[in-house]
Design a protein around this ligand. Structure first.
Ligand SMILES: *Cc1c(COP(=O)(O)O)cnc(C)c1O
Length: 429
């Protein structure tokens, strides 16, 4: 595969952009090699600077559930851009997207739009702290909620530990208000509440974890979080930045029947433009400025282009059969990869929730960050480059989800499975 142009551009980009990127995973550090520099996308395909074509399983990290440059989204955006790109004043578009989101997620009575998922989780936590008058939060090891200071915290091993920062530049004082426990470990959460009965403002969780690879919640886990937060007067925050409108029209909360106090959204609701949102019960949301005392603001928040892309995307997602199709494609891909791995004798655990899927190169069960971490990342690296050479753009890390879009079809999945089949055979040797 000719990569000369990509290499040239990426070499220059490293002079001006740290690591050559604006978000770390794009630099391929986990898998090595030079990332293709992408020039355009259409449907489920992307094209790099050398003209190579790839079937895309990243989809802008899940935002593009309709695929790239969907005609109806493009058309809506072309209309919107000609009417002006930002006003810093109320618009009807933000009302329309807010109404749509509130109708789809019954736990969300009011919503505020922001520009990224990071802003959404950061602001939701500020609100939860104001509402409860408490400081500590609970998150799960391997749960990603954007890059706000207090959320860049990993767990120590095993039992509950006080947070230590995952990044340089995060003051220990911030991180120490973040308590971290293993995903799917309800007893550990209960233990924290017994230890700090009046100090925990909120538990924040990805209802289906998708940033340690895909790890679905164990039966009773989300229900248990709901019960224990209620018992101790803390808020339950679902970070549905990935799962919102990914698993169904609504959120994981719709699928699992568990109602959080606050919900964070992003990715899909922006239709590929920069958007985040947080919302929830009216009495909580009314604490936000200008109605209440919790300050939160944004020059471009509720941006007309982003609202337009979101409205067009959700309209298409509300059509019948959409999520059944994604489930069918997901199952087809899962089965294909599983058979290929079995034939080759390569140990894998394939975890999937609808159109989210991770192939873990491990024998043991994957239920949390620690067990996910037992994957053979060297094997993943070979898998990744093997499929990339065959025109499959898989997420460049073992601990990310692959995203199927509505633009994928059985033919593309079948081509993917053929490529995986050959790569698995080569891994076994
Ligand atoms: C992507 C993501 C975020 C952060 O969103 P950004 O728009 O990248 O800031 C937060 N939470 C989850 C679950 C995510 O997947």
């Amino acid at each position: 595969m000719d990569m000369r142009r990509s290499r040239k551009i990426f070499t220059e980009s490293q002079r001006y952009l740290p690591g050559g990127v604006n978000s770390p995973v794009r630099a391929f550090k986990a898998v090595g090699g030079t990332p293709p520099v992408i020039m355009r996308g259409q449907g489920c395909r992307i094209y790099d600077a050398d003209g190579n074509e790839y079937l895309d399983y990243v989809g802008s990290w899940g935002a593009l559930i309709l695929g790239h440059a969907h005609p109806q989204v493009v058309k809506a955006l072309q209309g919107a851009v000609a009417r002006g790109t930002a006003f810093g004043a109320p618009t009807a578009l933000e009302v329309e997207l807010a109404r749509t989101v509130c109708a789809a997620l019954p736990s969300v009575e009011m919503v505020r739009f922001v520009n990224s998922g990071t802003e959404a989780t950061m602001s939701a936590l500020r609100l939860a702290r104001a509402f409860t008058g408490r400081s500590k939060i609970v998150k799960f090891s391997g749960g990603y909620h954007g890059h706000a200071d207090g959320l860049l915290v990993r767990a120590g091993s095993g039992a509950a530990t006080l947070g230590i920062p995952d990044s340089a530049g995060v003051p220990l004082e911030y991180a120490q208000n973040t308590l971290v426990v293993p995903y799917n470990d309800l007893d550990a959460v209960r233990g924290l509440f017994r230890r700090y009965p009046r100090e925990i403002a909120a538990v924040i969780v990805e209802p289906v974890a998708a940033n340690m690879g895909v790890v679905p919640p164990a039966p009773g886990f989300l229900e248990g979080l709901r019960a224990v937060t209620e018992e101790y007067g803390a808020l339950l925050i679902f970070d549905e930045v990935i799962t919102g409108f990914r698993l169904t029209y609504g959120g994981a909360q719709t699928v699992y029947g568990v109602t959080p106090d606050l919900t964070c959204l992003g990715k899909i609701i922006g239709g590929g433009l920069p958007v985040g949102a947080f919302g929830g019960r009216r009495e909580i949301m009314q604490m936000l400025a200008p109605e209440g005392a919790v300050y939160q603001a944004g020059t471009l928040s509720g941006n007309p282009l982003a609202m337009t892309a979101g409205i067009a995307t959700l309209r298409l997602l509300s059509k019948p059969g959409v999520y059944e199709r994604l489930e069918r494609l997901g199952a087809y891909l899962e089965e294909g990869i599983r058979s290929a791995a079995l034939r080759a004798g390569v140990s894998t655990r394939i975890l999937r929730a609808g159109s989210l899927l991770t192939v873990f190169f491990t024998e043991g069960p994957v239920v949390d960050y620690e067990s996910a971490g037992k994957s053979d990342t060297a094997m993943f690296r070979r898998f990744f480059h093997g499929v990339l050479e065959r025109g499959i753009y898989w997420p460049p890390s073992q601990f990310e989800a692959a995203f199927i879009s509505l633009a994928h079809g059985e033919e593309e999945i079948s081509r993917t499975v053929d490529a995986v089949d050959r790569v698995m055979a080569s891994l076994a040797r």
